[in-house]
Design a protein around this ligand. Sequence first.
Ligand code: ADP
Ligand code: MG
Length: 369
Amino acid sequence: MGAVVVEQLVKDFSGVTVLHNINLDIEEGEFFALLGPSGCGKTTTMRCIAGFEDPTDGTIKIGEEAMNDIAPNKRNCGMVFQSYALFPHMNVFDNVAYSLNVRRLKNSNPLKKIGVYTRMLNSKIGRYPKDIKNKVNDILEYVELQDHAQKLTSELSGGQQQRVALARALVMEPEVLLMDEPLSNLDQKLRHSMRNTIRQIQQDLKITTIFVTHDQEEAMSMADRVAVMKDGEILQIGTPTDLYSNPQSPFIADFVGKSNILDGKLIKRENDGSVIQIGEQKVKSVDSPEKDEVHVVIRPESINILDEESKDYDNYFEGVIQFATYLGSTVRYDIQVGKYELIADTVYESGDNILQHGTKVKLGVSPER
Ligand code: ADP
Ligand code: MG
């Protein structure tokens, strides 16, 4: 139960395809991030999973059950949106109790029409049976909002509103939690602490979670696995370390962390890797690319600034320091190497010299990097 499988999902809006064959295999209890720039189709994918959009083609399974003909409220997904979508005229307690109340009324009056429920609901706000009261109080305590239960949601801070939205989703005990850019409206500091809160809750409850974001740091720091999307397609799926150390395209390399990307040509395959021509220079890599035209990605921390005599590396470059940016524990150098400007991050310890503009340097990169 709780695993989410998306197979060959296609979505068209008025003849324009915005999702092309999306495939996802999300394990039960996994924290899975969908990462990509604005407009790439993250929200549409989520809305298809939740049942708010009908797929043009493909299947969605939750807990091995095909969802195609199952209404959103029967899918057992909890949703948290960027905008929180709280009821501003209701207090925190009533917001969290709302869906429980709807479910109870529907279960006890299965034949009534929607308008009747709305009237019944409105007349019952603030007067709940004990089991609903207990559940709501428990969840409010869990997200540390027990002291705010009677406040209007409009009286709360952004972070508190976000926790109300979370409580409202969790109180229904969903199998799957879907979160669409839930932290985007918070200021930087709060965003960092909410990351930890959400991660902690997810680990406590072991709830399968799909988390949408355009912020690579957020995805990489929170998720077990990340799918990178672009233009309605999934480009690569992997653990954060996997994506960082083995990006399969320049787009991923650039989107997931800082990188130096150089154009190269494969000139020789060897047992333990390959030799690649970059400009005037030959470099060794442990990778063996399939095509001859390649992009060589070197992370800034993998470039080592060396003494003249150093012989520790298989690959050397000669460069000239352009800029040095002191960042506290590291110094970032912009270094001209032939036609490329490379970025190198070096660890800074107090008393270290910072290299000045114009200094000639020798750089080393290992074939593994
Ligand atoms: P993201 O969440 O990654 O920013 P969306 O899933 O919201 O991207 O949108 C993907 C693409 O689908 C965009 O080009 C958007 O304009 C288009 N789109 C989304 N919803 C609709 C809709 N209801 N009707 C028409 N086009 C839509
Ligand atoms: Mg979106």
